[in-house]
Design a protein around this ligand. Structure first.
Ligand code: M6P
Ligand code: ZN
Length: 192
């Protein structure tokens, strides 16, 4: 169903469930294992514990076209792969001059941003924090807490998702747990 007139949705802020929604994307470790720095840890988890759900995205029924403002909720489940926190794949917008806004709803995490010059920024997020993703910055989020990290995102309808650039070069920094605290470290697998 597509709703082209005014409409409202409900968000369950603890779970991130969005009603009604167009689709729910589920990303498991088997799907996205390649994003993590510690590939031995990925294989060890898959062979001993099996696959696990890393994050879900509830996508609202808004057209992905110019003039509209698609939005979604993302739920990153708590956990680590080696020392690295559970995180999203991360992407640039296909149209690089398109921005995005994130609003933290529950749990805690970090927004990691990187531009094509290789500059990296981090924004700490929790309930009530609004983070701005400027045009030209790739963005990825990680859950650094013990409960699901839930946030709302809204972006221009013609922004598009470019995953290929991040898949090819990765992020320059990774977010890892050291003595239980999040620390930003150089990514040993960064290709630049
Ligand atoms: C946010 C938005 C979405 C994105 C989602 C998961 O909610 O930026 O557009 O799909 O995070 O991130 P990714 O697509 O990089 O896995
Ligand atoms: Zn985006």
């Amino acid at each position: 169903m597509s709703l082209f007139g005014p409409f409202a949705c409900e968000i369950e802020t603890r779970t991130g469930a969005l009603h009604p929604c167009e689709q729910v994307l589920r990303r498991t470790l088997r799907d996205i294992g390649a994003i993590f720095a510690d590939q031995e840890a990925v294989q060890r988890i898959l062979s001993t514990e099996g696959d696990r759900l890393v994050y879900e995205v509830y996508v609202a029924e808004v057209p992905e076209r110019r003039g509209h403002l698609p939005y979604c909720t993302t739920i990153i489940y708590p956990g680590q792969v080696g020392d690295e926190y559970h995180m999203t794949k991360g992407h640039y917008h296909k149209k690089r001059d398109r921005a995005e806004v994130y609003l933290g709803l529950s749990g805690e995490g970090y927004l990691l941003l990187q531009n094509e010059a290789g500059d990296v920024r981090v924004v700490e997020m929790k309930e009530g924090i609004v983070a701005y993703v400027p045009p030209g910055w790739a963005h990825r989020t990680a859950n650094t807490g013990d409960v699901p990290f839930v946030f709302f995102a809204v972006y221009p309808g013609d922004a598009g998702h470019d995953y290929g650039t991040i898949e090819a070069v990765g992020f320059a920094k990774i977010l890892v747990a050291q003595a239980g605290q999040p620390v930003l470290k150089d990514n040993p697998r960064w290709c630049r």
